[in-house]
Ligand binder design. Structure first.
Ligand SMILES: Cc1ncc(COP(=O)(O)O)c(C=O)c1O
Length: 414
C-alpha cells in the first residue's frame, strides 16, 4: 500500500500553520496530546451543527446520533483489534480505568493481590492502589531498571502468585518511551488466574493495538493521543464482560462493555474519535489494482510506515542530543523496543526553563515534569523540574529535529 508522505500529512493539520518566535511551531508535545487534522474537527462540527441530539428517540437527528455513535464504536473496535460490543467509551482513560477497577473490586476480598509497576502512568496505578486501600488488598509494585528504563522481569515474576487477582501493565512508558513486550508477561499473569489490564495510551499512537491477539482481558487508550479529540476508549474481552458487575446507575442503558459507561457521553468527541481512526486508515491507499482492503488492514499499513518514519527521526534526535555537552538522555536507545518519545535533561538548567526556552526562542513545544509517570521521575531523580520530553508524531520532520538540536544546544545559556 502507498502511505501519504509527510508534506501531504502536514497539509491536513491547520495547527501546523501556527507561528511562534518568528517561525513555524514544531509540536513535539504529542505524548501529551497530538494535533487534530481538519477532517476530525469537521466531523465534530458537522455532528454538532446538523445531527445533535440525545440517543434512542424516534426522530431523525436522534436516530442519526445512534448511527454515528455506533459507527465510531466500530471504528474504535477496528483500531483496538476487538469487537464493537467490547468497547466502552468515556471521558478519558483514567475515568474508564477507575470504573473498571470498581467493578472488579466487587469480585475481590481482603488479602487478594494487585500487581502494578513503577514504570507506569498514575492512571494505571492510582485506581488499583485506591481499590486496594478500600478493600484491604495487597499491592505488589514491580520496579524498573534505572539505566535501561525497562521493567525488571525477574521482579515481575516474583510479584505473581496464586493470590494475584489483577495485573496492570503499561504497553509503553509515556515518560521514557520504553515499550514492554507484553505477550509473555500477560501469559504468566493468566497462568496464575489474574485479570490482566493493559494501558495502551502511550503505545497506541505508535503501534496499532491488537487487543484480541495480545491476550489481555482489558486494554485502554485515549484518542486525543492519536489525532482525535479528548476521549477515552476501553476494551474488555467478551467472556470477561459476563463476569463483570459494574456499578450501574439507572441513567445509562448500554450493553456489553458499554455497561461501564455512565450518563450522556460527549457525542461529538465519539464522532471525532471515529473520524480520527478513519483519517489514519485513509493515509494508506491500496495499489490501484488491489482488491478492496478493509480499515484494519489500512491502519496496519499506515502504522508500519509512519512508525518507521518516526523511529528514523527519533534515532537522529537521540544521536544529536547525545552529542550535546551537558545533555543526559534517559530510557532505552533507538533501535530497541521503544516509541519515538524521549526524555532528557540539560545540566544546570531546570527542565521547565529548558522547555520555556525551546518555546520562546525557537517555537518548539515540548513538555516538562513527570507527566504523571511520577514513580519514573522519583526513581530516576533527574533534578529540578523533572524531565524534558520530546515526542515525534506523524507530522514531524527532519528539519524540526535539526531545529530542536540547535535549540537544545543553546539552552544552557538560557
Ligand atoms: C501512558 C498513559 N496512561 C494513561 C494516561 C491517562 O490518559 P487520560 O488522560 O485519557 O486519562 C496517559 C496520559 O497522558 C498516559 O500517557
Amino acid at each position: 500500500m502507498n502511505v501519504a508522505n509527510t508534506a501531504t500529512i502536514r497539509s491536513h493539520f491547520p495547527a501546523l500553520e501556527r507561528r511562534h518566535a518568528g517561525g513555524p511551531v514544531a509540536y513535539l508535545d504529542g505524548p501529551g496530546g497530538t494535533q487534530v487534522p481538519r477532517v476530525v474537527a469537521e466531523a465534530m462540527a458537522d455532528y454538532l451543527l446538523h445531527h445533535n441530539a440525545n440517543t434512542h428517540w424516534a426522530y431523525p437527528s436522534s436516530a442519526e446520533t445512534d448511527e454515528m455513535l455506533a459507527a465510531s464504536r466500530l471504528a474504535l473496535a477496528d483500531f483496538m483489534g476487538c469487537d464493537a460490543h467490547e468497547v466502552a467509551l468515556g471521558a478519558n482513560m483514567t475515568t474508564l480505568t477507575y470504573h473498571l477497577s470498581r467493578a472488579l473490586g466487587r469480585t475481590l476480598s481482603p488479602g487478594d493481590e494487585v500487581v502494578v509497576t513503577r514504570l507506569d502512568h498514575q492512571a494505571n496505578v492510582a485506581p488499583w492502589k485506591d481499590l486496594a486501600r478500600d478493600l484491604g488488598l495487597r499491592v505488589r509494585e514491580v520496579p524498573f531498571d534505572l539505566s535501561s528504563g525497562r521493567l525488571d522481569l525477574e521482579a515481575y515474576e516474583r510479584a505473581l502468585s496464586p493470590s494475584t487477582r489483577i495485573v496492570a501493565l503499561g504497553a509503553a512508558s509515556n515518560a521514557l518511551g520504553t515499550v514492554t513486550p507484553l505477550e509473555p508477561l500477560l501469559a504468566q499473569a493468566r497462568a496464575v488466574g489474574a485479570f490482566t489490564f493493559v494501558d495502551a495510551v502511550h503505545s497506541a499512537p505508535h503501534a496499532l493495538p491488537n487487543a484480541h491477539a495480545l491476550g489481555c482481558d482489558a486494554l485502554a487508550c485515549s484518542p486525543y493521543k492519536f489525532y482525535g479529540p479528548h476521549l477515552g476508549a476501553l476494551f474488555v474481552r467478551a467472556d470477561r464482560l459476563d463476569e463483570l458487575d459494574p456499578h450501574r446507575l439507572p441513567c445509562a442503558d448500554g450493553e456489553g462493555a458499554a455497561r461501564l459507561e455512565t450518563g450522556t457521553l460527549s457525542h461529538e468527541a465519539i464522532v471525532g474519535a471515529g473520524a480520527a481512526v478513519d483519517y489514519l486508515a485513509s493515509l494508506a491507499t491500496p495499489e490501484s489494482q488491489a482488491p478492496s482492503v478493509g480499515r484494519r488492514a489500512r491502519l496496519a499499513a499506515a502504522f508500519d510506515e509512519l512508525g518507521a518514519r518516526c523511529d528514523a527521526l527519533l534515532a537522529d534526535l537521540w544521536r544529536g542530543l547525545e552529542a550535546i555537552p551537558g545533555v543526559t538522555l534517559f530510557g532505552p536507545p533507538p533501535g530497541s523496543h521503544r516509541t519515538s518519545t524521549l526524555a532528557f535533561t540539560v545540566s544546570g538548567v531546570d527542565a521547565e526553563r529548558v522547555t520555556a526556552h525551546l518555546a520562546e526562542a525557537h517555537g518548539i513545544f515540548t513538555s516538562h515534569g513527570d507527566f504523571y509517570a511520577s514513580t519514573v521521575v522519583e526513581d530516576l531523580d533527574p533534578g529540578p523540574g523533572g524531565l524534558v520530553r520530546a515526542g515525534l508524531a506523524i507530522y514531524s520532520t527532519p528539519h524540526e529535529v535539526v531545529r530542536t538540536l540547535e535549540a537544545v544546544a543553546d539552552a544552557r545559556s538560557a
